[in-house]
Design a protein around this ligand. Structure first.
Ligand SMILES: Nc1ncnc2c1ncn2[C@@H]1O[C@H](COP(=O)(O)OP(=O)(O)OP(=O)(O)O)[C@@H](O)[C@H]1O
Ligand SMILES: [Mg+2]
Length: 323
């Protein structure tokens, strides 16, 4: 279990983490999401001890990180596998020896029967048995990430920390990697922490997620909750991804469909019951692990605002006027 309490971190005079508190349970797949520069990677580096922090406390499995001596810190880091967007494989080594690297680093023989079995088992787990002696340049991006995952698991970590592990991969390959992470979590009982700016990733595998913005956690909960009931304008803007161009006249109203009301013909009813013309300016469906959630933005004339809002309120639809 990983516990963060009021963690602060400053680079020179730039305050990057401004009091982050969260707790990640054993066996969980936990997401940390937010815009570029929010402090996600820094937070992850603080958790695995690569970056010292200035205030607060991080506790991993009951051990507080601040004030930990070098040897204990190294021991703790051994229990945390890391994977990155850029894979970080050594070009001159083949798949087998890339996976074996952490063993060499820790002075564990890679020639023993035990080590050999460990590595070949991992290669099989990540589905690359036929590439055992391939060099990284002979692998696709997805395959390279699979090697990196196997390497991160070779010392039997308790935690797997992933920093934008799928950001460089196309959606199909991403799905495969995410399924693999789920399998590792389920079968090996490894707690997985996923740092990403992609809602897709969080939706597909995370049980809980923290939304990080400018060094603070704005909301924490199940991914569905974040999507259906985003508590802050920053999160709503992030979820709309800025991809839409909303009209600058009239009133833009965002509606959220959370599974229960997915099939309510709300827009048609507004038009028919109230006799008001509405424009649908933006819409999106999100497929979470169990349900489909949707959201759309309507534009109505200012004079109709009151009536539309009242109607939505009566229908118990989750809505909000966008400024
Ligand atoms: N070693 C460093 N020295 C100085 N500033 C740093 C350092 N590392 C990160 N920063 C700054 O801290 C802020 C947060 O960076 P961080 O890499 O944690 O963001 P992020 O959320 O991971 O972003 P991205 O999604 O782009 O990876 C940024 O403003 C960055 O410039
Ligand atoms: Mg980052």
């Amino acid at each position: 279990m990983i516990e963060l309490r009021d963690v602060r971190k400053t680079f020179q005079d730039l305050s990057v983490l401004k009091g982050v508190s969260l707790s990640i349970g054993d066996g969980e797949i936990y997401g940390i999401i937010g815009q570029s520069g929010a402090g996600k990677s820094t937070l992850l580096r603080c958790i695995n001890g690569l970056e010292p922090f200035d205030g607060g406390e991080i506790t991993v499995d009951g051990t507080a990180l601040s004030g930990l001596d070098h040897a204990s810190m190294r021991q703790l880091q051994r229990g945390m596998g890391m994977i990155f967007q850029g894979f970080h494989l050594l070009e001159r080594l083949d798949v087998y020896h890339n996976i074996a690297l952490p063993m060499r680093f820790w002075g564990i023989s890679t020639k023993s029967e035990e080590a050999r079995k460990k590595i070949t088992d991992l290669v099989e787990l990540v589905g690359l048995s036929d590439k055992l002696h391939a060099k990284p340049r002979e692998l696709s991006g997805g395959q390279k990430q699979r090697v990196a995952i196997a390497r991160a698991l070779v010392l039997d970590p308790k935690f797997l920390l992933c920093d934008e592990a799928t950001s460089a991969l196309d959606p199909e390959i991403t799905k495969g990697i995410l399924s693999l992470l789920q399998e590792i979590n389920r079968e090996m009982g490894i707690t997985v922490i996923v740092v990403t700016h992609q809602m897709e990733v969080v939706k597909q595998i995370c049980e809980r997620v923290a939304f990080l913005s400018d060094g603070t956690v704005l909301q924490e909960g199940r991914p569905e909750e974040l999507f259906v009931k985003p508590e802050r304008p920053e999160i709503r803007a992030f979820l709309r991804e800025g991809s839409e161009r909303l009209p600058e006249t009239g009133v833009n109203i965002q509606l959220f469909f959370n599974g229960d009301n997915n099939y309510e013909p709300v827009v048609a009813q507004i038009a028919r019951t109230l006799g008001i013309d509405v424009c649908i300016c933006w819409a999106k469906l999100e497929d979470f692990r169990t349900t489909v959630y949707g959201s759309l933005v309507l534009n109505v004339e200012e004079k109709d605002r009151e009536r539309v809002c009242q109607f939505l309120e009566e229908r118990k639809v989750l809505w909000e006027v966008l400024s």
